[in-house]
Design a protein around this ligand. Sequence first.
Ligand SMILES: *Cc1c(COP(=O)(O)O)cnc(C)c1O
Length: 350
Amino acid sequence: MMRRMTTQLARADFASIPRYASDAAVEVNLSDNTNLWGTPPAALAALSVAAAGGAAAYPSLYGEALKEAVAQTHGVPAECVVTGNGSDDVLDCALRAFASTGDIVAHPNPTFVMLPVFARINGLRPVAVPLNASYEMDADALLATGARIIYLCTPNNPTGTSTPPEVVLRIIAEAPGLVIIDEAYAEFSRMEGVLRLAPSLERVLVCRTMSKAYGLAGLRAGFGVGSRAIVEAVERSRGPYKLSALAERAAVAAMVDDADWVRTHAADAVANRTRLEAALRELGFAPLPSDTNFVCVPTPRATEIATFARGRGLAIRAFNDLPQIGPALRITAGPWPLMERILDVVRDLG
Ligand SMILES: *Cc1c(COP(=O)(O)O)cnc(C)c1O
């Protein structure tokens, strides 16, 4: 029998596409920017009710109940909402729906690490555009790429920094194609974001997630808001049944019944992040100005500190060499005793 190399069956350009690595398997995970206060109680209750009903039936086609909850919460029409298996899924589907093989997707750098990966998975060409000196999106440079799709992330991951809405609106006004605005950290931000405006802007998709402030990362739920035409195109790309029945029930409960819980703990995250920043400054660090539930701390000792923290059961994210920033740590804000443990790590390392 002829022997074949199975590796050659995959698309040639897949050889360079990485699998994601995370530090989740530790006692305390401060590396994924999830909600360290846990899951909203109403979502937990909805989960057990839904689970008791079994899982033999398919979920809703396009997440209609979550669309209604988003419409109610944000004052946008339900038909202007697309749901997904995490906002990752919405981003991936949108790239596929609005660009063809070889088209350019412009994105800030550094930004959400998965974005250029999703672009390449879909046969597109990611073009990285450095953030400006204030760690904001560089409107002129992004527009100059002439990209089919411009991706913006504000507040941005991993810097934590925000770009003012007037800059975002200018990019939208002048972009030749679709503008995707990733607002994964909007609930922590001092700035309003542009989600509410998205249905009336013709070339915009604003993405939000249930994985961060909403405490539902384990269930995978996210959504996007845009005009009806934009949403319809993303849904063709998405296909039916992408949002599981349990995820949809929990997401709706969190949004409709536990808005106060979510708001309270988002405020706690911001307060503790601010306190952590002050303590880090006292220890000689210069954290970037964050508008999120995490802080980005440039330090040549990023890897050393993260490794030492890991030995104490704490995961924080170390970046070897962020563009314009160099080696840095990204630390998720959580209940204060956890922040104390990170500060102890830094103090004990000396
Ligand atoms: C965490 C994160 C996401 C992913 O959200 P999911 O809904 O869990 O897929 C998207 N964008 C940014 C910038 C993030 O930090």
